[in-house]
Design a protein around this ligand. Structure first.
Ligand code: NAD
Length: 333
């Protein structure tokens, strides 16, 4: 029997992990708080820990885990910017992630946000429920014939590009590793990042957070963007300089902003803070713009994605238990 402490557990995690485990000999310890240096003693007696996007696994936390005999960190997400991989390697803790779960879930959420924001569905929904059937202020624009910019053409960016092509948009892209064959077959054109910012009516971010991509959308990029353009970020909050974004919104330059992620989301997203005083002034400011739509990091949240994540998580836990290699492509070094 292998023991796994699961941190930041939500009801859907519990259901889908237990379903994926079937009869596997896994002793789950579901914990609803996050793993960090201060909470690491709670991993005592566990062979592995299973974490999500907001568990900061810095050196101190990993040292505490190693001291308790934890051999494996299983990320039940794709992004891994929250783990100090150098420290993990030194401490001989293996780290795996859910690299390949449904990229459709995330790309489709980006498009859902775009359609909602552009056609003001969020505002129309509230109006109609209040028996306000007026249309003033709800004018959007046709996506057909407009230009979409995809920043990052990995698994998710490529799917988003394909969906937007389906709307009849011209699709431009930027990536440090452009995929010429894919672009040719889909009618997507790679351009440099300034051209992408300048020409896009809709700019959608599909990049990992790394030291190079932090604030890839900064004041200069926002200045380059078309008046009235829409910015979508379903990747990582720190890709966008929020202070600069708020200025661009206040000036009326941007047509709309949809965020599934936010620069300082840790400790806020995934929590029910209703009835409490929001302490983050930038988030509070973002929430009052009529042309800003925020969801709390839920782009991954489909049945298919949860089941893919749980399957690979269980496979990697059982690989540790049975001394087998981890699932190909999921090990982080
Ligand atoms: P991926 O690794 O398949 O693709 C990332 C792409 O970004 C690659 O093509 C890479 O070359 C490109 N890239 C990296 N650094 C770059 C740079 N400096 N400039 C330009 N391009 C660069 O990843 P993916 O599966 O498509 O996921 C993208 C990101 O989406 C993840 O890293 C994660 O942060 C985020 N994500 C969010 C959610 C959510 O629920 N909101 C869910 C899954 C993933």
């Amino acid at each position: 029997m292998i023991t796994v402490a699961v941190y930041d557990t939500k009801p859907y995690d519990r259901v889908s992990l237990q379903k994926a485990a079937k009869d596997a000999e896994i002793q789950w310890r579901f914990l609803d708080f996050r793993l960090m240096a201060e909470t690491a003693p709670s991993a005592a007696g566990s062979d592995a820990v299973c974490v999500f996007v907001h568990d900061p696994l810095d050196r101190r936390c990993l040292e505490a885990l190693a001291g308790q005999g934890v051999k494996l960190v299983v990320l039940r997400c794709a992004g891994f910017n929250n783990v100090d991989l150098v420290a993990a390697k030194e401490l001989k803790i293996a780290v795996t992630r859910a690299a390949d779960y449904s990229p459709y879930a995330v790309a489709e959420h980006a498009v859902a946000l775009l359609l909602t924001l552009n056609r003001k569905i969020h505002r129309a929904y509230n109006r109609v429920r209040d028996q306000n059937f007026a249309l003033a202020g709800l004018v959007g624009f046709d996506l057909h014939g407009k230009t979409a910019g995809i920043l990052g053409t990995g698994k998710i960016g490529k799917i988003a590009a394909g969906i937007l092509k389906g709307f009849g948009m011209r699709v431009l892209a930027y990536d440090t590793f452009p995929q010429a064959d894919w672009a040719k077959s889909c009618g997507v054109e790679y351009v440099d990042i300034d051209v992408l910012a300048r020409e896009s009516d809709v700019l959608s971010l599909h990049l990992p957070l790394t030291p190079k991509t932090k604030f890839i959308i900064h004041r200069g990029t926002l200045d380059l963007m078309k008046a009235g353009a829409i910015l979508i970020n379903v990747s990582r909050g720190k890709l966008v300089d929020t202070a600069a974004l708020i200025d661009a919104l206040k000036s009326g330059k941007l047509g709309g902003v949809a965020l599934d992620v936010y620069e300082e989301e840790e400790g806020v997203f995934y929590e029910d803070l209703s009835g409490m005083v929001l302490q983050d002034d930038e988030l509070a400011r973002l929430l009052v713009f009529p042309n800003v739509l925020v969801t709390a990091h839920q782009a991954f949240l489909t049945e298919e994605a949860l089941s893919d994540i749980s399957r690979v998580t269980v496979e990697n836990i059982m690989a540790l238990a049975e001394g087998r290699p981890f699932v190909k492509g999921t090990v982080l070094e």
